[in-house]
Design a protein around this ligand. Structure first.
Ligand code: AMP
Ligand code: GLY
Length: 429
């Protein structure tokens, strides 16, 4: 089998790493990839939204399956384009990707198909949204304000009161801080509780749930500071109890599959469900139409089934024919970031110690790295490396990963010291 993986982050390195373990793999290509991916895949430099060139590349290299990492090509319709050329691809259609690319589409879908979610109201023009806040929203009531479209994770503004909501509304709909992503807006009930991400393989008819994970969005220890793409994760997340997962399996997912079929949505790939658990009740905060980053870096190391087999069964809509097995172990990953991230940071700093990490200690996934002409590995992004350790329990996995990290160095490297502490707190509550 020949695979083409699209993307360049730690998530895509984990996908390539897992595919490379398959006996069925002859060759993996990755576009555009990074320095770590280059060890297991042949890198080609094509833009991820240049579908003509990507499809030509897939045809010329006799690619069996293309695996799409990030949301942008999916939202732009890469799956429909590849299908029209007779190419097999793992990832939902453009309409399916709207579950992530349009929050109003996702909320209306949830409401229509009985998927529990926060109360909300949507607006397509500034004046009526402003009127609603001024006339119908209590002055001191909290509200979550969301831009409708893709905004690289920044389009959600948590507002403590009406005044803050009015400012957020102006930013999104008048100043157009997120461009056309702000053509529509949602005001949403602010939910309290614990968050967890449940990722699901979906073939349009059948589904299979992966171990639940938990991300750490804020840059600083104790969930302080700015939001990031994610500073670390762990799986399985104990907050996703057996009862919760049963509810996802027996109620929420069947309702979602029913909705996909009724709406004629071709969905073959991953559905990432972001939950808020309030008093044991799960509410869907968001859908993503792809693997999470860095959740993938803890989920895929726990996967015991051949990922090639899963991809094949998803694309052929035979997911019910395969029994997907997961390790009983726990995984913790920590993101090593550039100084200054998520704001301005330097690039091209030398990374040392990469070869000193032993295979049984941790897996080193590359995110923002590149290879210099002299063979050295340099930093080239905000999130540089993701280190994942596995152990029999979360506590041992935490100890293991934090023992490995000091071996790796680059100037101004920073990382959170408290990844997965929330899991321990939950277990010891
Ligand atoms: P989203 O992209 O919609 O998942 O929002 C990003 C983050 O904002 C989530 O991971 C939550 O931390 C927070 N968030 C979104 N919606 C709500 C809500 N209704 N109540 C509380 N927090 C929320
Ligand atoms: N880690 C969150 C995401 O991938 O959207």
């Amino acid at each position: 089998m020949k695979f083409l993986v699209i993307g360049s982050g730690g998530r895509e390195h984990a996908i390539v790493w897992k595919l490379a373990q398959s006996k069925r793999i002859e060759k993996i290509y990755c576009v555009p990839g990074n320095a770590g991916i280059a060890k297991q895949a042949e890198i080609a430099n094509i833009k991820v939204d240049d579908f003509e060139s990507l499809a030509k590349f897939a045809l010329d290299n006799k690619i069996d399956y293309t695996f799409v990492g990030p949301e942008v090509p999916l939202a732009l319709g890469i799956t429909d384009f590849f299908n029209s050329k007779g190419l097999k691809i793992f990832g939902p259609s453009k309409k399916g990707a709207m579950l992530e690319a349009s929050k109003t589409f996702a909320k209306d879908f949830m409401k229509k198909y009985n998927v529990p979610t926060a109360e909300y109201k949507t607006f397509t023009d500034f004046a009526s949204a402003e009127k609603f806040l001024k006339e119908e929203w209590e002055e001191n009531k909290k509200v979550v304000v969301k831009a409708d479209g893709l905004a690289a994770g920044k389009g959600v503004i948590m507002c403590q009161n009406r005044a803050e909501a009015l400012t957020a509304l102006k930013e999104i709909m008048q100043d157009k801080s997120f461009g056309s992503a702000g053509d529509k807006i949602i005001f949403e009930q602010w939910l309290e509780g614990q968050e967890t991400s449940v990722l699901v393989f979906v073939d349009g008819k059948h589904f299979s749930i992966m171990p639940a994970a938990q991300d750490h969005k804020r840059v600083g220890d104790g969930d302080t500071g700015l939001n990031t793409g994610g500073m670390g994760a762990y799986a399985p997340a104990p907050v996703a109890t057996k009862e919760l997962l049963e509810k996802v399996k027996n109620e929420i997912m069947p309702n979602i599959i029913n909705g996909l079929q009724k709406e004629n949505i071709d969905y073959k790939g991953i559905l990432y469900i972001g939950f808020m658990i309030d008093n044991g009740n799960p509410y869907v905060l968001e859908f993503n139409c792809r693997f999470g980053d860095p959740e993938t870096q803890v989920i895929l190391p726990l996967l015991e089934t051949d990922l090639v087999d899963i991809v094949e069964n998803v694309v052929n809509q035979t997911l019910d024919k395969i029994n997907i097995k997961w390790s009983e172990k726990s995984a913790v990953c920590v993101v090593l970031a550039s100084g200054g991230y998520p704001e301005k940071y330097e690039k091209n700093l030398l990374i040392t110690g990469l070869n000193t990490v032993k295979e049984d200690e941790a897996v080193v996934f590359h995110a923002g790295t590149k290879k210099a002409d002299d063979g050295n590995i340099l930093t080239s992004g905000g999130r540089v490396l993701v280190i994942t350790s596995l152990a029999d329990d979360i506590k041992s996995a935490i100890d293991k990963v934090y023992n490995v990290i000091p071996k790796i160095k680059f100037d101004k490297m920073h990382y959170r010291k408290d990844i997965a502490q929330r899991a321990l707190k939950w277990i010891n509550r």
